[in-house]
Ligand binder design. Structure first.
Ligand SMILES: [Zn+2]
Ligand SMILES: [Zn+2]
Length: 237
């Protein structure tokens, strides 16, 4: 009786609200309100294993990946959502407006997508794309690191920092394909590589656009001795 009463009192003081629209949630376990859930866009059934995006071509890889200058350096790339509408707004809030309360919902769907589409590729360590310290200081946290920790916990494997930023790079969102690749070239250096030698790493990031950042990061980790890299992102743009 008492715990229930205390819980009610707690909910009265701190209402359980939808992290997106701030509407009060009736279900204590809900990570988002039913209306916001229904507004989230969905990826189609058939996905490209190289970038996690929709694949409406004839080949196993989507036209984007088939046309790319070089093969993707990872075993598998999986995304939970397409990057538009309500989801795009949610990611924006999560990244730029300190709406860290959206993380459990996003991580849950990333994990679900990983379980459905990873095709059994091995992973034994979760890592993430690092931010420059200046950006962390301004933003308050690294959104990819927050997701990586939640995902690692659910997969019962460790999470670790495998990379550091070598330089402060311009935001990828403001650049075109060629500029993006140039911008992240030599952007990373391995961090304590002895700890991830021969490990199969699941690299977490927020949005997969051209894959330039993830490519630079994966190559750095692989040349420092990791056995393999796979990629998991919130959304495929
Ligand atoms: Zn809502
Ligand atoms: Zn693709």
């Amino acid at each position: 009786m008492l715990p229930q009463l205390l819980h009610k009192l707690f909910r009265f003081v701190v209402p359980h609200v939808c992290p997106y629209c701030r509407q009060e949630l009736a279900d204590d376990e809900a990570l988002l309100c039913p209306e916001c859930v229904s507004l989230m866009p969905q990826l189609p059934e058939r996905l490209c294993p190289c970038c996690g995006g929709p694949n409406d071509g004839f080949l196993a890889a989507c036209p984007d990946c088939t046309r790319a200058d070089e093969a993707r350096p990872w075993l598998r790339a999986v995304s939970a959502f397409p990057f538009y509408g309500h989801l795009r707004e949610a990611v924006h809030h999560f990244k730029y407006h300190r709406r860290i309360s959206l993380a459990p919902y996003l991580a849950k769907h990333m994990l679900q997508a990983w379980r459905e589409h990873s095709d059994g590729v091995p992973v034994d360590l979760v890592s993430y794309i690092p931010l420059h310290w200046w950006r962390i200081w301004r933003r308050g946290y690294n959104q990819a690191a927050v997701l990586a920790s939640l995902i690692a916990k659910q997969l019962h494997i460790p999470v670790a920092t495998t990379l550091r930023r070598r330089k402060y790079t311009s935001q990828q969102a403001k650049l075109d394909r060629v500029q993006r690749a140039q911008n992240v070239k030599n952007a990373f250096r391995p961090h304590r590589p002895a700890l991830f030698q021969e490990r199969n790493i699941l690299l977490v990031d927020d949005v997969f656009t051209t894959g330039a950042t993830l490519t630079a990061a994966a190559k750095t980790i692989l040349s420092a001795g990791a056995a393999s890299v796979s990629v998991l992102t919130i959304a495929r743009d």
